[in-house]
Design a protein around this ligand. Structure first.
Ligand SMILES: *[C@@H]1O[C@H](CO)[C@@H](O)[C@H](O)[C@H]1NC(C)=O
Ligand SMILES: *[C@@H]1O[C@H](CO)[C@@H](O)[C@H](O)[C@H]1NC(C)=O
Ligand SMILES: *[C@@H]1O[C@H](CO)[C@@H](O)[C@H](O)[C@H]1NC(C)=O
Ligand SMILES: *[C@@H]1O[C@H](CO)[C@@H](O)[C@H](O)[C@H]1NC(C)=O
Ligand SMILES: *[C@@H]1O[C@H](CO)[C@@H](O)[C@H](O)[C@H]1NC(C)=O
Ligand SMILES: *[C@@H]1O[C@H](CO)[C@@H](O)[C@H](O)[C@H]1NC(C)=O
Ligand SMILES: *[C@@H]1O[C@H](CO)[C@@H](O)[C@H](O)[C@H]1NC(C)=O
Ligand SMILES: *[C@@H]1O[C@H](CO)[C@@H](O)[C@H](O)[C@H]1NC(C)=O
Length: 500
């Protein structure tokens, strides 16, 4: 496809961009109407490349003024490198909480049980399905007004923060939590061949101190884990809203300023992640929770977060979560901040080095990168034909987004935590699915899934439901109108991508 830069050009642009400090304004995803100002090419260019390599990593520098370590943090970043994580000796043979349940899902049966915790990651590759085929449960525990406009009706709220600040919304919120996603959704997802969900949740579910946020979402996450387990579905717990807002977007909970890297917010983020890891990284959840995502779409730029600070924080948060979670096969994910895989290769190589160097069995690192690959956000994508959209998806494995040459599942597992079948060609707002629309959606969706299954650990559609919209944003609508009785892995256009 056209428009992708060679690596050399990419590097040159990256250096130029870092020099002049020009950053694209692209760090919002899934704008409801797709009006973008930056091009897709900008996405993977305007970032600085890290200079660290696998051998000299970690050598990122971080200014104390940007980030103060808690004196009690046992394996934090230091100027000269990372202190070694302590040896964890988890208690073995703990019974699973629901061990006597007869409804152990089929996904659990193929993997060694319980995990050999002394050889923590040896089971990672055999434990999980070859491909996670997932969907996000968006606008459930973190509201987004464009997705669930009915919830916002009658308020002036623009995000979770202002919604929760509005008088009388607490009951409405509980009503939404208890009705928007139910056990029936998990049964349906399972029947479609979905084997994973990514569940966005905000930090305030665990500590809302000093904020207007309403707590209580965690009880619904816990319910969802039970439903997921009953239906053979893995769960990625995604900390979608971080203290101070990591991107200033509505979907972080608080639209406006980005102050994630100010005050104590980075440390507070780690405290919250440890709370999550202590609870959901326990062995009693090891058959259902496959990962914890540290941060979603941190905005990188001179007006927002520094890439170097974000990378150093990623390492610290990874160690903190690994040390807290009993389950050592848990993926610990970090979003790339739209800086591209290249910016994270050396971070992953450093954190996963023990696994990649000693692995003779194709074992995987547990620090993983989350990429969001939309073709409906940027002006440049608007003018593509269906064939060009498909070609662009098919080229992911050989171009920047999922570039395989620098990474492997051992050094840096990749996940596509968000993508969509919605492009202007598959955009029906009237709910009328003409044969062309059905066909186009199926082709584009299959091409994307083929690319992701070729070059990543798995994919997660954004999103299960899209309030009031019966178009291709919603997996529910796609299953009903495009797939009928076909499961999601059924290909109508096998080999649509040249790589097979
Ligand atoms: C790798 O393993 C060694 C020996 O177990 C340990 O000392 C070291 O801290 C580990 N490195 C990382 C990056 O976890
Ligand atoms: C860890 O697991 C790998 C792969 O199963 C195996 O080859 C290796 O011997 C194990 N190491 C230990 C110390 O048990
Ligand atoms: C599950 O699918 C059935 C059949 O399409 C549908 O009638 C039902 O409403 C769905 N359940 C939920 C909770 O969406
Ligand atoms: C909650 O967050 C506040 C800062 O906003 C912090 O002072 C407090 O210690 C946190 N509480 C817990 C239980 O971690
Ligand atoms: C354990 O089982 C109970 C009763 O079936 C269920 O309500 C709960 O959600 C389950 N917990 C988990 C974590 O699966
Ligand atoms: C998609 O949008 C572009 C620009 O708005 C337009 O030129 C193109 O014809 C549209 N494609 C389709 C199939 O509607
Ligand atoms: C990525 O791969 C390209 C080409 O294979 C190589 O030139 C480059 O140095 C690699 N980058 C990193 C960060 O390893
Ligand atoms: C989908 O259609 C709506 C309504 O016409 C429009 O506002 C939006 O920009 C379209 N989305 C895309 C990705 O073309």
């Amino acid at each position: 496809m056209s428009g992708m830069h060679s690596f050399a050009a990419w590097t040159a642009l990256a250096l130029l961009a870092s020099t002049i400090d020009a950053r694209p304004q692209v760090h919002r995803h899934r704008r409801p109407h797709g009006q973008g100002t930056a091009s897709a090419d900008d996405l993977y260019t305007a970032v600085a490349t890290p200079t660290a390599t696998a051998t000299n990593f970690p050598s990122l520098s971080i200014e104390p003024s940007q980030y103060s370590l808690s004196s009690t943090a046992p394996y934090g970043f230091t100027a000269s490198g990372f202190a070694a994580a302590p040896t964890i000796t988890p208690s073995r043979g703990q019974p699973y909480a629901n061990a006597s349940s007869t409804a152990i899902p089929s996904h659990a049966l193929s993997s060694p049980y319980p995990l050999d915790e002394t050889n923590s990651t040896s089971a990672v590759s055999s434990r999980y399905p070859a491909n996670f085929r997932g969907v996000n449960l968006g606008s459930w525990l973190v509201l987004e007004s464009w997705m669930t406009p009915d919830v916002f009706q009658g308020t002036d709220a623009v995000d979770q923060w202002t919604f929760d600040s509005t008088d009388g919304t607490e009951a409405k919120l509980h009503q939404h939590w208890s009705t928007y996603i139910t056990e029936g959704d998990f049964q349906n997802m399972s029947s479609w061949g979905i084997n994973a969900v990514r569940i966005p949740i905000g930090y305030w579910a665990y500590n809302n101190s000093g904020t207007p946020y309403i707590t209580g979402a965690d009880a619904y996450l816990e319910k969802a884990l039970g439903w997921a387990r009953q239906n053979g579905i893995w769960v990625m717990i995604d900390c979608h809203g971080s203290p101070g807002s990591q991107n200033g977007a509505e979907h972080s909970g608080h639209a406006g300023a980005v102050s994630w890297q100010s005050d104590d917010n980075l440390q507070l983020s780690i405290d919250i992640l440890q709370t999550i890891a202590k609870k959901y990284g326990a062995m009693q959840y090891a058959d259902v929770v496959m990962g914890i995502e540290l941060v979603n779409e941190p905005k990188i730029g001179s007006d927002a977060n520094s890439l170097a600070t974000t990378q150093a924080w990623a390492a610290q948060a990874y160690h903190a979560v690994r040390a807290t979670a009993e389950n050592k096969a848990l993926y610990v994910l970090h979003h790339d901040g739209f800086t591209g895989v290249q910016s994270w290769v050396s971070v992953g190589a450093g954190l996963n080095s023990n696994i990649s160097s000693s692995s003779s069995s194709g074992d995987q690192g547990t620090f993983a990168l989350d990429l969001h690959l939309y073709q409906n956000q940027d002006a440049v994508d608007k003018s593509l034909t269906l064939d060009q959209h498909i070609a662009k998806a098919c080229a992911y494995p050989t171009t920047d987004p999922l570039l395989p040459s620098n990474t492997s599942t051992a050094t840096l597992p990749l996940f596509v935590g968000e993508f969509s079948a919605q492009i202007n060609i598959t955009n029906t707002t009237d709910g009328i699915w003409t044969p062309d629309l059905v066909d186009g959606t199926r082709k584009f969706f299959e091409a994307q899934m083929d690319a992701f299954e070729h070059s990543s650990r798995g994919w997660f559609v954004w999103s299960l439901k899209q309030g009031g919209d019966t178009g291709a944003w919603s997996l529910e609508a796609i299953m009903e109108n495009v797939y009928g009785s076909d499961v999601i892995s059924k290909r109508k256009y096998p080999g649509i991508c040249p790589f097979g």
